[in-house]
Ligand binder design. Sequence first.
Ligand code: ADP
Ligand code: MG
Length: 270
Amino acid sequence: MSVSNQSKTNSSKNSQLEVRNTNVRIGEKTLLDDVSILVKPGEVVTVLGPNGAGKSTLLKVISGEIEPTSGDVLLNGRNDWPLSQQALMMGVLPQSSSLSFPFMVEEVVLLGRIPCTSDHQENLSIVAQALEEVDGLHLKDRQYTTLSGGEKQRVHMARVLTQIWTESELGKRYLLLDEPTSALDPAHQQLTLKMARKQADQGVGVLVILHDLNLAARYSDRLVILKEGAIAAQGTPAEALTRETVRSIFDIDVTISKHPLYECPLVINN
Ligand code: ADP
Ligand code: MG
């Protein structure tokens, strides 16, 4: 390989999030079974799968919360980033975030800026912009504990956004979202996926866990469908969402049609 090709290969490997042949076993149970996933900057990759399929476990392995039994996670080519540096390249919204102190919303979102070095005024400006992204600016001066479930979820989303708001010299940024729409009304579900798409368009790699097959089909570049810890299907939405895969993985009968408005499949429950 020529020197220039070699360096091109190296630099692309240093700008991706790679889960490589990862297994997680706890006692007799296999939570993840040889899972490999690649997320590139600019992509929205959606993980689907029934309850208990291993989706949250996968996210926890990527964020470093769970050590895999075997396999590797490479963030921009490295598996040994100090947490303080990882935080500047990876924002993680867990499936549930609890907080019972009487913080104001602005203070909660400001927590996302802790790993960053910018000054307080700039942080406040980023907090306001991130709240705007999730339709939450009007909540800024509310007490967090008085918010509805969906409002709390949007505030946490804003907090995670602030963490990776600016580009990092260390490497490309990634956003990992575990069921970010679970508490949201349909309009805010759509807003959240549009926001994820916008982040990707700005060069962030997005990995999002969803249950809604149509939201996934419309906003994702690729889908990865897990069943019992293993990848059961993957590809573009049109490749991964067939009548047969949906039946065998989710145990429901559907009709897959062409979306009348967008270039993606439309899943209709029979
Ligand atoms: P989901 O796809 O719904 O996010 P999870 O990744 O949370 O699924 O969990 C995958 C499976 O692993 C589930 O059956 C869950 O009960 C099980 N599990 C998760 N954590 C543990 C644990 N610490 N010990 C044993 N089983 C676990
Ligand atoms: Mg989960």
